[in-house]
Write a protein that binds this ligand. Structure first.
Ligand code: PMV
Length: 346
């Protein structure tokens, strides 16, 4: 391969937020810090080939699941035009991008986090060939540009547990990029599972972008941001001490607050479905009866993420098969665990 033509490929996962980012304080900047863990199996694999050209202005062809996709192409083009600021060599490149997901398209799983982080990691790899980046700079840059692409994607560039947003509770935290916090996380959390029950497939009635915007005029906005800061601080303590009871209480409260904000916004909307609530009730009953630390969290959608420690997973999977599958569309659910993070495959 000559230097005018470089091909790289990355596999990058989705992430699930424990303390939620909901509301912006500027373009692509969070009103409060958030904490997530990276999934192991729900990922996007993206290959990028860059071909040098003489004309000015980045251009691309995008193949999603082997088919040319004009809608994604125009979205990516506007991102790549912005990214010329951070990757100046893009100005004279044509990109051929092949991308696919391991999880079903429009299953309600946040695919933009894995898609943008996979794309940006490729740009950083090409950047490293062209200019050279240290490991820390590499991932900070990847997180920064993933955020510009699709906000909470910035938390997907590392494995394990990650924090995004500046907080006095963590030195080195930033609104501009996420940081990995695995070194403070107790071993009991490192093997956590996330089983995603697909209560409803397909596009959401209200996008996250609209949801964030609605918060600006929300009378609870300031209280939410304050709670987001407090819960970040509290979750850091919980993650460090291994306090499973505290974890259950805080993570479920965060999920319910997210949906309460939607239901009370100036233009109210409800993303939960009757089956979402039925599943939540079942989870809480199961926990009360068995003492197993099974809890739920929710994204901006109807699907339910079931979280539990790895050593209790046999009983949880049995419970899902016996009691929860009936609430899932086409009996579908996805089993994930805390993942090791993105991987360079080419
Ligand atoms: O990155 P966005 O704009 O899709 O927002 C993510 C919003 C939540 O998934 C609800 C919370 C989060 O922090 O991931």
């Amino acid at each position: 391969m000559n230097s005018a033509q470089i091909k790289t490929a990355w596999r990058s996962p989705s992430n699930i937020a424990l303390v939620k980012y909901w509301g912006k304080k500027g373009p692509q900047l969070p009103a409060n810090p958030s904490i997530s863990f990276t999934l192991d199996k729900a990922y996007t694999e993206t290959e990028v080939e860059v071909i040098e050209k003489s004309e000015e202005g980045v251009s691309l062809e995008l193949f999603f699941e082997k088919e040319r996709n004009p809608a994604f192409e125009s979205k990516l083009l506007s991102f790549l035009q912005k990214a010329e600021r951070g990757f100046p060599w893009l100005k004279h490149q044509h990109l051929v991008i092949h991308s696919s997901n391991t999880f079903p398209h429009s299953s309600g799983i946040a695919s933009s986090a894995s898609a943008f982080s996979a794309l940006v990691l490729n740009l950083c790899s090409i950047d490293a060939v062209k200019g050279g980046l240290s490991d820390k700079d590499f991932y900070e840059k990847a997180s920064y540009w993933s955020r510009i692409g699709s906000v909470s994607a910035c938390r997907s560039v590392y494995g394990g547990f990650n924090l995004w947003g500046q907080t006095p509770a963590l030195n080195g935290s930033s609104d501009e990029f996420a940081v990995n916090i695995d070194d403070i996380v107790h071993p009991v959390f490192k093997d956590f599972r996330d089983t995603i029950l697909i209560v409803e497939k397909g596009k959401k009635a209200v996008s996250s972008t609209m949801g964030h915007a609605l918060l600006e005029a929300h009378s609870f906005a300031d209280l939410r941001y304050k709670t987001g800061f407090q819960n970040t601080e509290l979750l850091l303590e919980i993650l460090e001490s291994g306090d499973l009871d505290g974890f259950v209480k805080l993570v479920e409260a965060e999920a319910l607050m997210l949906h309460a904000l939607m239901m009370t916004s100036p233009t109210p909307f409800i993303l939960m479905k009757p089956n979402t609530l039925a599943v939540i009730e079942k989870i809480q009953d199961f926990r009360n009866q068995t003492g197993i630390h099974l809890l739920f969290t929710l994204d901006a959608g109807a699907n339910v993420h079931l979280l539990n420690p790895g050593n209790q997973d046999d009983k949880v999977q049995e419970f899902i098969k016996n009691e929860l599958v009936g609430y899932c569309q086409n009996a579908s659910y996805l089993c994930n665990a805390v993942g090791k993070g993105p991987e360079k495959v080419k």
